[in-house]
Design a binder for this molecule. Sequence first.
Ligand SMILES: Cc1ncc(COP(=O)(O)O)c(C=O)c1O
Length: 384
Amino acid sequence: MSQSSQTLPFLPWNRPSIGDEEIAEVTDTLRSGWLTHGPKAALFEQAVRDALGVADAFAVSSCTAALHLAFLSASIGTGDEVITPSLTFCAAPNALLQTGARPVFVDVEPVTYNIDPQAAEAAITERTKAIVVMHYGGHPCDLRAFRKLADDHGLLLIEDAAHALHASRDGQRAGSVGDLAVFSFYANKVMTTGEGGMLVGRGELVQRARLLGRHGIDSSIWQRHGTHSTADYEVIMPGLKYVMPDVTAAIGVQQFRKLPAFTARRAGIAAAYTRELAGLPGLHVPTVLPDVEHGWFLYSLFIGPGAPLTRDQVAEHLRDQYKIATSQHFRPVHTLQIYSGSAVAPLPVTECAAAQQLSLPCYPAMTDPQITQVITAIRALWER
Ligand SMILES: Cc1ncc(COP(=O)(O)O)c(C=O)c1O
């Protein structure tokens, strides 16, 4: 351990970048007298809709809420099978179970760790209703292949783009190709509202989700406010309550404006890591395919045979000796307690990734000395 590392403050795996602009926008909302889903949510929705070129967008309380609404609005339910990677967060599979549908886990490809189109095609049965792709770490999956696969088989394509706002592949923005797509604004994401999410996609599906997300009521409280009685409404479907409040949307409006700069900074950090770490024995840096704009939610290392330490030892040394937090993405869903035994096919790439993957700190609030701190620590571990 170097002398200086003893005095370094702990480097968290993530820290949001909140500035005076977000604080001013929230203050404006608090002073406005309108706190729940209203004009700020509409502004945020419009900005995302225009940037993606999608028909509609609905700001909600979390990406998990957006997933649940996506499945409900697409009438996914009991008896349906939905193809999804296991190398993902539990949110989509959990929401599928809530609808009565069954997630069918398939393997990922070894270069991008995105859902493998061939594995997905092999898993299609007469019960398959949809494919949920996930853009792992911010690297978009093969959107053209999945759009074609869904169209050829009459399936819905839903993008879990929780990691990939501002990412693109072959000129197509992540979140703009699926029948529906969802984004997360959870505290550690590429932009944040603390908690929050967005559902985008085909007009009629998002409109149905909008009704389902406000109790199934036929008009919004913002529409009723000031024009007619707030009790003058009808419930036209059994909905839930998933809307994003304006206090939260205010943060989103400002964060979304900063997203291109955030992504550029993340890309710069990723480039520095790759330049300084590529070539260390047994350590694999992320591959970015041609014509991809990576969202860089994750900077994923894979630590395998030939490395002087295992992935877990590297994580431990970084934490204990160098005061650097890391993370792992993900514990494969089929290995989690309630999903055990649910994988019908072997998932070797997923399981290999689960054993070898390590996410380094990579976020705009990092300083240049902190980036050097991470690089120096990893190189030192390899040189011991
Ligand atoms: C791939 C993926 N989907 C969905 C979610 C759920 O997002 P939220 O916390 O906004 O509900 C996450 C959260 O980390 C995620 O990584």
